[in-house]
Each structure stands twice: as structure tokens, then as C-alpha cells.
Write a protein that binds this ligand. Structure first.
Ligand code: SF4
Length: 269
């Protein structure tokens, strides 16, 4: 690549980052332009590329999660009535798959004592019953997420994007799944929450893919166990070590989402 082209690309990245930071502070519309998603993904990529920062993966997750929150606050769901209430935790008993940076953010929150004061060992012990149980076997199995305490998420501020989008419009369907009944029923969820979380996911996964990181979603309990087992798991993962080698992953992602992630990754400089 010529020096001029390199300089142009650097300038382009700087301009995008400026736009991206502005958007991060104001949130995205429900149907953002591709250029807006790419601008934010450029900020996330710059974070993932930060030299000498061993926390840059969890900090990238924080950027994406904050984007989801800011976007929702700026453009909340007004049409659909959300059935979720405080203490309702049926969805915290299902197979939950999250991105590696989000696993590291959860692990950091646990280490810092934000998970209702639970130590890493306690969280690992609580997760043991879930590890190795297939998504199908989870239905009706009533196995709680290791971070669920007294019916509430102990790391609410740090919870992954997939948990942020789990907003049911019909609690009866959630109860059916929790009890292992009516297995073909689809839980109706808020389109607004889903779209904001999905946009945030695309910025994070697009940046990860552009940096050459695997974008598979990892089963929460097993991934958190792996991240808590090694004090320097995040630093190792950033260096390319597969610290999640034994963790089940969700291989199938919606084609539309997969395409959007690749499209954003290809557009990043
Ligand atoms: S991280 Fe929190 S919201 Fe997500 S499944 Fe676990 S307890 Fe529930």
C-alpha cells in the first residue's frame, strides 16, 4: 500500500471515529444507516487495537453495551407492552450464548465484587450444574445462570447484549418454556429492544471480525468458568490463545446478521 493510500485510510479512520464517538453519546436510530454502524464499529475496532491495554476486549464490550442502552434511552419502545418485571427471571434459565469480550466484562465484574459480592470460586461453583448441558436439555431443566441471585441479575449493569434484548411480550410463553411445555412456541419479544441490541452486536462483532478474532457466541456458564479460571484469560485471548477451547458455542447465527457483520468488517479501515 502506498504512503498516500495509507495516509488516506488513516484520515478516513480518524473521521469515522469522530462521527462514531458522537453517535455513541447520542445513540442510534432504530434503522441506522450503514455508515453510522461502520463509524461506531470503527471506534470499537480502535479500542480492540489499543496497544498495551489488556482490558481492551471487555472495554470494547462496554462500548457496544453502552450503545445499546443509549440508543434505547433515546428511542424507547412505546408501542409494545413489555411483560418483564422485577424478579421475573425465566429467561435466565435458558441456554445463553454471548461474545468473548462480554464474557471478560462479566469476569471483571465478578472479580471486582459486583456480582452480589460473590467470589470467582462461588460463581464457578454455581455454574457447574449448567456446564455441558445442551440447549435442548436446558428447556424445562430450570438451571439458573450462575449470576442470578434472588431472582435478579447480580451484574445487571454488566449484563450481555443478548440478555438486554430478552424482553418478552407474553410471560405465559416464558413460563411454558421454563416448565418444559409447548416447546414449539416462540417467545414474542420487543422488536425495539431486539433491534437496538442487534445494532450494538453488529458493531462489536464487525470490529472483532475485522481484527481477526473468532465471532462465535459462547455458552455463558462454561465461558465464564473458563475466564475466571485464569487471572490473565483476557490478555491471553487478545494474544490469540483459545482460552475457550472447551466451551460449547452457538454455531448458527441468523443469515441477515451474519451478512451485516461481514459487511461492516469489510468496510473498516
Ligand atoms: S447474565 Fe444476568 S440477565 Fe443474563 S442470564 Fe445471567 S442472570 Fe440473567
Amino acid at each position: 500500500m502506498s504512503e498516500v493510500t495509507r495516509q488516506q485510510r488513516r484520515r478516513e479512520a480518524r473521521e469515522r471515529i469522530k462521527v462514531g464517538r458522537h453517535l455513541l453519546g447520542h445513540g442510534l436510530p432504530l434503522q441506522p444507516r450503514t455508515s453510522e454502524i461502520v463509524a461506531i464499529a470503527q471506534v470499537v475496532k480502535a479500542k480492540l487495537d489499543e496497544a498495551g491495554n489488556d482490558r481492551r476486549a471487555s472495554e470494547a464490550a462496554e462500548l457496544a453495551q453502552t450503545l445499546g442502552e443509549t440508543s434505547l434511552a433515546a428511542r424507547p419502545s412505546t408501542q409494545q407492552k413489555i411483560a418483564c418485571t422485577r424478579g421475573c427471571s425465566y429467561c435466565c434459565h435458558t441456554f445463553v450464548a454471548i461474545t468473548p469480550p462480554e464474557v471478560f466484562r462479566l469476569a471483571a465484574a465478578v472479580r471486582a465484587g459486583h456480582a452480589a459480592g460473590m467470589t470467582p470460586d462461588v460463581v464457578r461453583e454455581r455454574g457447574r450444574a449448567q456446564i455441558g448441558v445442551s440447549p435442548e436439555a436446558r428447556i424445562g431443566g430450570k438451571l439458573a445462570c450462575p449470576l442470578l441471585v434472588d431472582g435478579g441479575c447480580s451484574v445487571y449493569r454488566f449484563r450481555p447484549l443478548v440478555c438486554r434484548q430478552a424482553t418478552s411480550l407474553d410471560v405465559a410463553v416464558c413460563i411454558d418454556e421454563f416448565e418444559g411445555r409447548n416447546l414449539n412456541a416462540q417467545i414474542p419479544i420487543s422488536g425495539v429492544h431486539l433491534q437496538h441490541a442487534s445494532n450494538a452486536h453488529i458493531t462489536l462483532l464487525g470490529a472483532m471480525r475485522a481484527m481477526g478474532y473468532a465471532t462465535d457466541a459462547l455458552e455463558l456458564a462454561a465461558a465464564l468458568d473458563a475466564a475466571l479460571a485464569l487471572p490473565d484469560a483476557e490478555a491471553r485471548w487478545l494474544k490469540g490463545e483459545d482460552v475457550f477451547a472447551s466451551v460449547p458455542r452457538q454455531v448458527k447465527r441468523e443469515a441477515r446478521l451474519e451478512q451485516a457483520i461481514s459487511h461492516v468488517a469489510a468496510a473498516l479501515v
